[in-house]
Write a protein that binds this ligand. Sequence first.
Ligand SMILES: [Mg+2]
Length: 385
Amino acid sequence: MSNRRDFIKYSGLATGGLIVSNSLSASTNDSPKPKSGKSTKMKLTFRPYDLQLRHVFTIANNSRTTTPVMLTEIEYDGLVGYGEASMPPYLGETQKTAAEFLAKVDLSQFGNPFLMEDIIAYVDRIAKGNYAAKASVDIALHDLIGKIVNQPWHKLWGLNPAKTPNTSFTIGIDTAEVVKQKVAEAEVYKVLKVKLGRDNDKEMIKTIRSVSKTPICVDVNQGWTDKQMALDMIHWLAEQGVVFVEQPMSKLAVDDIAWLTQNSPLPIIADEALQTVADVVGLNKIYSGINIKLMKCGGMRNAFKMANMARMMGMKVMIGCMTETSCAISAAAQLSPMVDWADLDGNLLISNDIYDGATVVDGKITLSDLPGIGIRVKKGAAPKS
Ligand SMILES: [Mg+2]
């Protein structure tokens, strides 16, 4: 009898037992003994940083040359985990909102960094939204844990680093001559990404096809309004060597998108329709796949859950990014062996990256062997501490 009781207790089958152990976990002090003799309280610090874009970035009727980010660090037992929040203005977060959010985060209450589920649930409860700020804590925590156990996350997740995908590289909309030149410069990439949803969609694709046979993925950013026109266009795109179509119509046009997905020769991927874990199940049978971004979903832990949920439902998985340093890009790259497509070119678009991390070799994402998220501070780039 007592054996059976022990079995139930340790296997978590007794619901009461599970609740008790969860409620105690934040205060238990079963953390590993400190190695360094330094502080074993986790300490979060942060500082704003402006990414300088290599080229003027234009979407809709707005151009910009910088992207504001917040760089975070979690210090524990002599080790430092790095994180980042990237906040392109159209998403609503700013360095000010991130600073206000991060100032409320008190990690010292947790016995050790391995209480990840508790820590991330706590950070999530501090305020609604603020997904980029939340991601900056999540990424730093992952980096720290990887450094404590001295392993990169792709290994901890059991992913094969040889299975990383090619990353796509975005070709911005421009005059035919400039587009041709950009395509020539992007020769190393095995997938090109193009933003459509304007009146010159076919022209843009034809221009690229006049100089390159490289597969293209298309992001419409909700730009098409008529489902039959969208389907006709997708049939035409399929003939042009396009591999998938991201967010073809408004995220609110659920019935139209479900119809498109059912009839489309190409996979239809949700981007704007998707924020975080809670949204994934509702997109099944409406889209063929999802575009996960760390800044959108709150970080690596949610991203990993979402990728697994999508896989369980037979959906495709894509991982995307904002303009980010190699910190957030390398964090996303850890997950990339389990995705179908990656769009992780954000660090290639800036001129003042302060980290070395995942690289692109011959078009393919290439993970470093460094522990955690696999980055180190660039020589000469002074971190805060
Ligand atoms: Mg998109």
